[in-house]
Write a protein that binds this ligand. Sequence first.
Ligand code: F6P
Length: 341
Amino acid sequence: MRVGVLTGGGDCPGLNAVIRAVVRKGVEVHGWEFVGFRNGWQGPLTGDSRPLGLADVEDILTRGGTILRSSRTNPYQVDGGVDQIRKVLADQGVDALVAIGGEDTLGVAKRLTDDGIGVVGVPKTIDNDLGATDYTFGFDTAVSIATEAIDRLHTTAESHHRALVIEVMGRHAGWIALHSGLAGGASVILVPERQFSVDQVVQWVERRFEKEYAPIIVVAEGALPEGGEEKLLTGEKDAFGHVRLGGIGNWLADEISERTGKESRAVVLGHVQRGGTPTAYDRVLATRFGLHAVDAVADGDFGVMVALKGTDIVRVKLSEATAELKTVPLERYQEAEVFFG
Ligand code: F6P
C-alpha cells in the first residue's frame, strides 16, 4: 500500500506531529510506503511530491509549520482538476490519501471521495470551528500564545493608564478570543457571533478605568460593531472565496480614544498565533489523530474524518464534518460577560 499525505489551508502547530504519527504507524505496523504531496491540493494536482519515510519524520514532533508546506489551492476551481489528481495518483502508485486540513481542505476531501478517490481527513485549525470534533489541534497553542500576550499587555497598559485592544484570529468563530480573553482576564471580549455596541464597550472601558485598572479588550478579527461591516485588509478573495480580514482592532482603539479621551492602542497578534512549537495538549491530540487516521485507511474506511469526542477519537463522515461551522453559542459568551467592565 502506498499512501499520500498532504496539509492544506492555513498552517497550524501540530501538523508535523500528525505527519510523524501517520508515517510511524503506517510503516512500522503496516509496512506501507508514503508519499508527501507538497503545498496542499497543489501537490496531487501537479505531481509535486517527496518521499516520506521514517528518517523524514525524525525530530519533527515539536516543530511548528508543516514539512509538506501548504496552500489554499482548490482543485475544483481548476479545469479538469479531479482527472489530473486521478492521473497523478495512478502515476505515483498512490492508493489512498490522508488530507490534514480545515473546512476547505476537508470539503475538497469529501468531494474527491464522492468522485471515487479514497481520502481520510484529519481536522486542523487554530480557529477550533470545525463541527463534529470537540477540539482541533492548534487551538490550544493559539490560545496559549494569545493568553501570554494578554498577560504582558496588562502590565504595560497599567503603567501607562492606557486601554489596549488585542486583535486575535477568528473569522467566523470567536473561540480564540473567548478562551484567551477568559484565561487572560480581559475586561471586554468581542466575537464574530455577536455584534457589539461601541457605546457599551466604552462604558465597560470607563468602568475599568474608574476601578484604577487598565482595560484590556480582546477582539476577534471577524467581530462586527452593530450595523457595521467586516474590516477587510484587501478586497481580494482566495480560491475558497475568503476575504482577508483585519483592522477591527485599530478601528476600535481609535473609537475608544475619541470617545473616552483616554489613550488607547491596538496590538494585532496575527500569524504569531499560528507559528512555533505546539503545546503538549496539541502534540498529543495531533498524534492521536494521526494514529487513528492510519486505522481508517487500513480499514478502507474512506470519506471519514477522525474527531475528538470527549476523550475518545472517533470517525465521522466528512459530509457531517464540513456541514456546519462550530461557532460560540450565546450562553458560552454570556458566561464571560460577568467579567466585563
Ligand atoms: O483559518 C485559520 C486562519 O488562521 C483564520 O483565523 C484567519 O482568518 C486566516 O486563517 C488567515 O489566513 P491567511 O494566513 O491565509 O491570511
